[in-house]
Design a protein around this ligand. Structure first.
Ligand code: GAL
Length: 703
């Protein structure tokens, strides 16, 4: 059957799902269907909470899921009170029956360990497992995430629960993976945690003299004479203390997670992956640290209020892809709308499907909707779902069913493909935290700065990686470090080596100012890279009005922040200069400088190109960087609103084109550089026309 026709037929089936569902439900499903031998390359999924519904309903739900081509459910992640109704008495039979029921519908299972929602008996019997909030009060039962992630008793109980699950399902053919806990978020601030933090500092700094020196505690009489004197501080403390608390938080989440990973790994098949669902730009902990023990990175992708911003959302995808530097999963995403933002508007019709393809374009191999059906009571009654409280499909369901059908069709083309990029943006939690604790100009947002550079580069290069500055960089022709405020010794050396080995490094404002202790480098910016640059930041200025800039990237203006640069080497060239302004200090001074180092290059941008994403200087700078670094994009300029995502393997490329343009804009036509095959229709294609939210998936051989 022609692929397009198959798509339309399955769409038509989805559109009449009320009756269709009943037909499906009344057919007895095979009781012992094997788990799928060939897992799909693209998984459509949903969060399913069988414990909230009578078992007699399960088959109807799974039938509706199957009709929408849903290929996995995530179960169990808040079900502790059902899995261990009283201490040491486990009931996993119902979960086994749910897994078997899913299997009969060719729906695989990811088990979430339930530690984000401890049962009432547990927190009553062991109140010390409840977290202490920042106001010093102990949290209580009735919500979730009320546990203390540093508490040994809690870890013991969570590990015992995970062990039970792993012993029972670690070799289950229908269980494909594990999610540890759910969205790590809340720390605890009690005396026991503080003592752990002090021990952690002791192990890291060895002596108090060392700690006192590196935190410059002579300032404001902060000197510590005993480890037990060191407080927890989260907002206006000593910068060394603040940063180390965050690192402790990250390490503690890592060990909290590893406590469960270890028992699951010991009892499960290696084919079962272990992940946790992270949160994109959320910076409560260092996602690079916490992801180190995982097989797969995944994240929860919510728009909240408004409509999808493909640039910032794409950056969050790429950040997640950068955690383990490979494809990732979208473990949760909104079926239209959420319940927790100020305005829980729905995504426009067509946007949910387009967003899912956007996920895939950025390297997601799975997209999973939270959630299938709302609990009839509970904190999230208003959240978007795929079926309503009455158990029948909501208007969005056919759109998701269409997507599921497309995933099935396009899966073979995308199997084994990944995103490959010549350009990397550097991102570190240390740097983001360091600036956010001392913004100096409240308008200077380090993440917004990163996303603006990312957007300008991506618009031209079509693909950008976001990676931590400590990883090997030699695969990249261009590495851009927006506001990389803080560098560890290893990171500084990594960047120096990158340039010396022929890479092009661009540092922007506020980069390389601070050391591994969040203290100032004794060299002016860019600290350990100043010699390589043959120049430095003579002074920084928070701006209250804009200042003109001009030079190689045209004429523009700088706002928010400006750094006066100077050159110390005859081969360091000035690319941009500040114009005259009432401030005076910057008049005619260098605003961007660059130096060739062998085959490599280091550039420093002291002017703010990022507070205005439409700045002509930003686009010109991005073009200059890419050209100088020898990055040859796969395609030239795209029409407004149209985005291109490329995934490839050794043999072929898949191009995904999506029109995220304005609702009022005319359809956009893209003429392709060579002939492609349209993956969903099988037709040869030379040009495509896209209405808003249209998605076209194309492929061509690479040799
Ligand atoms: C996520 C969470 C889910 C659900 C969802 C609602 O943050 O992991 O359990 O609460 O938000 O949008």
């Amino acid at each position: 059957m022609h692929l397009r026709r198959a798509l339309l037929l399955s769409l038509a089936a989805a559109l009449v799902l009320g009756p269709a569902a009943r037909t499906f439900a009344s057919q007895p499903a095979p009781s012992n269907a094997p788990a799928d031998a060939t897992p799909p390359a693209l998984y459509l999924g949903t969060a399913w909470y069988p414990e909230q519904w009578p078992e007699s309903r399960w088959d109807t739900d799974l039938t509706l899921m199957q009709a929408a081509h849903i290929r996995f459910v995530r179960v169990g992640e808040f079900a502790w009170s059902m899995l261990e109704p009283s201490e040491g008495h486990y009931d996993l039979d119902w979960l086994d029956r749910a897994i078997r029921a899913a299997q009969r519908h060719h729906i695989a299972v990811v088990i979430g360990t339930p530690s984000a929602a401890p049962p009432a008996w547990l927190t009553t019997k062991y109140p010390e497992t409840l977290r202490i909030k920042q106001d010093g009060q102990r949290d209580q039962h009735g919500n979730r995430q009320q546990f203390d992630w540093s508490n040994p008793k809690y870890r013991e109980l969570a590990r015992a629960m995970a062990l039970q699950l792993a012993q029972r399902f670690g070799h289950d053919p229908n269980v494909i993976g594990w999610q540890i806990d759910n969205e790590y978020a809340n720390e605890s601030y009690g005396p026991a945690t503080q003592a752990q933090f002090q021990d952690w500092l002791h192990a890291r700094y060895t002596t108090l003299d060392n700690l006192n020196a590196r935190w410059t505690t002579a300032y404001w009489s902060q000197t510590y004479t005993d480890w037990s004197q060191i407080p927890i501080e989260t907002s206006y403390g000593n910068p060394g203390l603040l940063l180390n608390w965050k690192r402790f938080v990250s390490d503690t989440w890592r060990s909290y997670q590893k406590n469960q990973i270890d028992v699951i790994r010991a009892k499960s098949d290696p084919r079962q992956f272990i992940t946790t669902n992270m949160m994109g730009f959320f910076d409560g902990y260092d996602e690079y640290t916490v992801s180190q023990d995982l097989d797969l990175a995944s994240w929860d992708d919510y728009v909240g209020t408004g409509q999808l911003n493909p640039v910032s959302n794409g950056a969050a995808h790429d950040l997640t892809r950068g955690l383990l530097r490979k494809n990732f999963w979208v473990m949760e995403t909104q079926p239209g709308f959420v319940n927790w933002s100020p305005d829980n508007n729905s995504l426009d019709k067509g946007a949910v499907r387009a967003m899912a393809w956007h996920d895939v374009g950025h390297g997601a191999d799975a997209v999973s909707y939270w959630q299938w059906r709302s609990a009839l009571n509970g904190q999230e009654e208003y959240h978007g779902t795929l079926v309503g409280a009455d158990g029948t499909p909501v208007p969005l369901y056919p759109e998701v069913a269409q997507l599921g059908s497309e995933f099935a069709m396009a899966g073979p083309s995308l199997a084994g493909t990944a995103v490959h990029s010549d350009v990397a943006i550097l991102h570190s939690y240390d740097a983001v935290w360091a600036i956010n604790w001392q913004r100096h100009n409240k308008a200077f947002d380090p993440l917004a700065t990163m996303v603006t550079y990312y957007g300008a580069l991506r618009a031209l290069a079509h693909s950008v990686d976001i990676v931590n500055p400590s990883v090997p960089l030699s695969q990249y022709k261009l590495v851009v470090a927006p506001a990389l405020n803080l560098l560890t010794d290893q990171q500084a050396q990594n960047l120096i080596d990158y340039v010396r080995n022929g890479g092009h490094l661009v540092l922007t404002q506020r980069s390389a100012m601070k050391n591994t202790d969040n203290g100032l480098f004794t060299e002016r910016q860019p600290g350990p890279l100043a010699d390589l640059l043959g120049g430095r930041v003579a002074q920084y200025y928070a701006l209250d009005s804009s200042i003109p800039i001009s030079g190689a990237w045209g004429s523009s203006s700088t706002n928010v922040w400006a750094e006066l640069l100077s050159t110390s080497s005859p081969d360091t060239k000035v690319l941009m200069r500040y114009g005259k302004s009432p401030l005076g200090w910057l008049d005619d001074q260098p605003a961007a400088i660059t130096r060739q180092v062998g085959k490599g290059r280091i550039t420093y941008i002291g002017a703010d190109l990022a507070s205005d994403s439409a700045s002509p200087a930003l686009a010109a700078a991005a073009k200059w960087m890419l050209t100088d670094a020898g990055v040859h994009p796969a395609f030239g300029a795209l029409p407004p609103g149209v985005d291109l995502y490329i995934r490839s393997d050794a043999h072929h490329e898949v191009w995904i084109l999506i029109n995220f343009g304005d609702a009022k804009a005319a359809p956009q036509t893209v003429t392709l550089p060579t002939a492609f095959t349209n993956v969903l229709t099988g037709s040869p294609t030379h040009s495509v026309t896209l209405n808003r939210f249209d998605v076209v998936i194309l492929q061509r051989p690479t040799h």
